[in-house]
Design a binder for this molecule. Structure first.
Ligand code: COA
Length: 162
């Protein structure tokens, strides 16, 4: 049977840290679905469609990666996609408590779906989407954090909003 995994997140926007997890986990499974959460409480900078398009462009050279938007429960999305693995990245010990609770809840909701944690590469351990947005909002250089096209879109969004 094909091994299918979901890498879920808000991805507002995708960063090199997320791409590191995508690249590494795509090598472990037959198909990796990047699940873009649409109904998040945070007020996102980009629409779900924009986030999906940005990720699609960033992963276009990885053949077994698909990008889809989802809302509602992650576990329902996983079932619908016939995925049995959820991939999550752990950046620091501060991520652990939330991730543990989430993976245990998901396992109670659906015991056939398991969560695999990858430790984020040291190079990207400090990174988060909010940090990137904050640096961009104050006119800082974000080229080291996100792909070129994503950086362009972030900068454009902030200059429109000014
Ligand atoms: N590199 C860079 N940044 C990373 C990262 C990595 N490897 N891993 C996480 N981050 C950052 C993200 O950019 C994000 O930054 P931000 O808060 O500044 O936007 C932050 O860490 C948290 O992102 P992430 O870990 O992707 O979580 P999320 O909050 O975006 O998404 C879901 C979490 C989508 C998995 C979760 O909310 C969910 O499953 N929701 C669906 C509803 C559901 O099923 N709920 C029940 C679950 S118990």
């Amino acid at each position: 049977m094909k091994k299918k995994a979901i890498y879920p997140g808000t991805f507002d926007p995708i960063t090199y840290g997320h791409l590191d997890i995508i690249q590494r986990s795509a090598e472990m499974v037959d198909e990796l679905i990047v699940g873009v959460l649409t109904n998040k409480g945070k007020s996102p900078l980009f629409t779900p469609e924009e986030r999906v398009e940005m990720i699609k462009d960033a992963v276009k050279d990885i053949p077994n990666v698909k990008v889809l938007a989802f809302d509602g429960l992650l576990i329902e999305f996983a079932k619908k996609q016939k995925a049995t693995i959820i991939i999550r990245g752990l950046r620091a010990v501060t991520d652990f408590e939330y991730e543990l609770q989430m993976s245990q809840t998901n396992r109670v909701l659906s015991p056939e779906v398991d969560t695999i944690f990858l430790t984020t590469s040291l190079k990207w351990a400090y990174l988060s989407s909010s940090t990137v947005k904050e640096v961009a909002a104050f006119g800082g250089d974000i080229s080291k954090f996100v792909p070129k096209k994503v950086a362009k879109q972030i900068i454009a969004r902030y200059s429109i909003n000014k």
